[in-house]
Design a protein around this ligand. Structure first.
Ligand SMILES: [Zn+2]
Ligand SMILES: [Zn+2]
Ligand SMILES: [Zn+2]
Length: 488
């Protein structure tokens, strides 16, 4: 960020009729003595020794404070340097309370654009609305209930917008104010007005991502997910508009995006029956058969990895009804092929037709996923116990918890052993724990876990060391999380 400043400084100083190195050095030294920006939402507490307690504040009583580091980074030697901000010394009661309004990425982008347009108001509007909308709704998006609640709290600022030329392409309030509206594209969008199914989920098509700016946008596979891909395409399409007044690339980008199936919600957004989403995949005909599997794929992942492939029929069952019945614990349907890895393996199978290899891999992934998620209620219970333990002193609960922790440790290592050994094709278990275990150790550990979980917990006795127990649980849960991440 300091670079543009030094670049501008060099141009200004060396552009003088008689450039003096000493002047350049003084300026550079002054800049180097300024502490860095504290970052978003953190108070400015460090100052240049030469300018104690000084920040830049909006000229003529206008809103906005920025730290000296950001001022020199974005405004020194620009047309707005002398008009938009003035130096102000913070009073003692203001110290530690003033934050830097240029700390956010979106604010910096708005300032760069405002400088190029010589119009500071562009920055002020973007920051005002952006701070109300807070952040991009991203891949999780918002359903109608969430939109309703947000609007009741914050008003029309948090209105979603649709692209006029392709109304199914929506952008979130934050991206509307800090990107589309800020860059002069407001006339290309309107508040969402089309008739929506009651379970509709708005997903933002202008989300930013960390994917490198040079990444080719010809395939969503180059991005972590299609929402990041859409975001890059739609945002890039604004450029000819704000640079040269040509908005037709935005129209054609929108048209292209609209031909895609609605974006995958990943593992963070489930869809209700009323969302009108379509689901594909296959159902394992013989329960427990490791050579077959059940898989639910969202429409977009289906189009990306199955449609048109030689063995597409393997995954082309209409799973919409099945998915509506077999929902997650929250009653919603989640896509299970939301990563590039998972889509890649599905795609490979749709190419080769080798269902057995695929099914074995998929079933292992599912097992590890279940194991990872099985910790959630356990962790919840443990936290609950910690609360209870403050009030009561549970000896027996401690014994029980310890027994559980011990078996949990074995469950965890059994899981790792399973992974290391690979799939031998044999399954272990009994009627109580099921027959899905890859090693007898894993099945035994699961059995001990059930026994430990059934131990009574009393309400009398000594205080217990729940903090350590919780630590052990979290450690094991983390291990299972990593095991799943390795195949996710
Ligand atoms: Zn700053
Ligand atoms: Zn957004
Ligand atoms: Zn999907």
């Amino acid at each position: 960020m300091a670079k543009p400043y030094f670049k501008r400084l060099t141009i200004v100083q060396l552009g003088k009729p008689r450039p003096k190195f000493s002047e350049f050095a003084d300026e550079a030294n002054a800049r180097n003595s300024i502490p860095p920006c504290p970052g978003p939402n953190k108070p400015i507490v460090e100052f240049s020794p030469k300018l104690p307690n000084v920040v830049m504040t909006g000229a003529n009583g206008k809103a906005g404070n920025i730290c000296l580091s950001c001022f020199s980074g974005f405004l020194s030697d620009t047309p707005l340097e002398t008009t938009a901000f003035v130096a102000a010394r913070l009073a003692s009661d203001q110290l530690g309370k003033v934050t830097c309004d240029l700390a956010h990425d979106y604010s910096q982008m708005a300032m760069s654009y405002a400088v190029s347009q010589r119009n500071e108001q562009i920055w002020r509007d973007a920051v005002k609305m952006g701070s109300k909308a807070e952040h991009c709704a991203g891949k999780r998006g918002m359903d109608e209930v969430e939109v309703f609640q947000a609007r009741r709290m914050k008003g029309d600022v948090v209105q979603w917008h649709q692209l006029n030329s392709s109304p199914t392409v929506e952008i979130c309030p934050f991206c509307y104010w800090t990107k589309a509206h800020m860059l002069g594209a407001a006339h290309m969008f309107s508040p969402v007005s089309r008739q929506l199914p009651q379970g509709h989920v708005h997903i933002c098509s202008m989300m930013g991502s960390d994917t490198s700016e040079t990444t080719a946008t010809n395939s969503p596979d180059n991005f972590e997910d299609s929402v990041a891909w859409r975001g890059r395409i739609l945002f890039d399409a604004l450029r000819p508009g704000y640079e040269a007044g040509d908005w037709s690339p935005l129209t054609s980008a929108g048209r292209m995006l609209a031909t895609n199936a609605p974006p995958c919600g990943g593992n963070i957004r489930g869809f209700s029956r009323g969302s009108n989403r379509r689901w594909y995949g296959r159902v394992n005909q013989a329960y427990g058969n490791q050579n077959d599997c059940t898989i639910i794929i969202c429409e977009e992942c289906y189009m990306r990895s199955v449609n048109g492939k030689p063995h597409a029929n393997l995954f082309s069952q209409d799973m919409t009804k099945f998915a509506c019945i077999n929902t997650g614990s929250d009653g919603l349907i989640y896509c299970s092929t939301y990563t590039n890895r998972a889509r890649g393996v599905v795609r490979q199978c749709a190419e080769t037709g080798d269902l057995v290899s695929f099914a074995r891999w998929w079933n292992m992934r599912e097992e590890l996923r279940r194991k990872k998620h099985s910790w959630n209620p356990i962790i919840e219970v443990q936290l609950q116990k910690e609360k209870l333990a403050d009030a009561h002193r549970l000896t027996q609960a401690r014994l029980k918890a310890n027994a559980q922790i011990n078996t949990m440790a074995r469950l965890g290592s059994a899981g790792a052993a399973e992974l290391a050994a690979g799939d031998t094709g044999w399954r272990y278990g009994n009627s109580q724990v099921g027959y899905g275990f890859w090693t007898s150790g894993a099945a035994d550990a699961q059995m001990d876990w059930i026994r430990a979980s059934n131990m009574p917990s009393g309400f009398e006795g000594n205080p217990i060391n729940l903090v350590m127990d919780t630590q052990a649980i979290l450690t094991q849960a983390r291990q299972d999380e990593l095991n799943f991440a390795a195949v996710e």
